[in-house]
Write a protein that binds this ligand. Structure first.
Ligand code: XMP
Ligand code: MG
Length: 185
């Protein structure tokens, strides 16, 4: 049987964050977040689709009473630029009034998506709302969102893998990487 390193994917230009680095960082964040919510219940809310892999891996290092729920919002489609238009495609199933909410995001770029989500969720009267994002881009610092827990900072390039897609592809790659320019054309 032949095997090859996943980073051999022909469309990947560069691996920015390896599988091991992600695993280690998520387990550290899992411990920190478990401490922060010790003795409390938290509604862990992943934003689909991008956050599904982060959530699955990170969930296993959480040692608090958790309820998992999902939201889906409109995203970029095949484009790599934010449209600024956020639409809720799937709302939470659970009521969050009086509960702690932790939003799990794959990536925060302009922060537009997240600021909309935060406003929307805060209007429902939760006990608290915090954000954990695997990746943040430099522009995220410009918006006053306050991502409490961050995995990694990435440069201002389009990245794929570990849940992140380009035109719905590459989500399955176990690392974060950039695409070769010819993939976009
Ligand atoms: P904003 O700009 O609203 O963007 O903070 C957040 C959402 O945009 C998508 N996004 C990316 N998706 N590679 C991706 O695959 C990227 O480099 C990237 N940058 C932003 C993503 O859906 C995120 O939730
Ligand atoms: Mg997303």
């Amino acid at each position: 049987m032949t095997s090859h390193a996943a980073s051999d994917h022909p469309d990947i230009e560069k691996v920015l964050i390896s599988e091991e680095e992600i695993r280690d960082r998520l387990s550290v964040l899992g411990k920190q977040i478990s401490q922060a919510y010790e003795g409390e219940q938290v509604v862990v809310t992943a934003v689909l689709k991008g956050a599904f892999i982060v959530l699955a891996d990170f969930a296993r290092s959480l040692e608090v009473d958790t309820i998992f729920d999902f939201m889906a919002v409109s995203s970029y489609g095949a484009s790599t630029k934010s449209s600024g238009v956020v639409r809720i495609l799937k709302d939470l199933d659970v009521e969050i009034e009086g509960r702690h909410v932790l939003i799990v995001e794959d990536i925060v770029d302009s922060g537009l998506t997240l600021s909309y989500l935060l406003k929307n969720l805060r209007a429902r009267g939760p006990k608290s709302v915090e954000v954990m994002a695997l990746l943040v881009k430099p522009d995220a610092a410009k918006v006053d969102i306050g991502v409490k827990w961050t995995g990694f900072e990435v440069p201002n390039e389009f990245v794929v893998g570990y849940g992140l897609d380009y035109d719905e592809r590459y989500r399955n790659l176990p690392y974060i990487g950039t695409l070769k320019p010819e993939v976009y054309s």
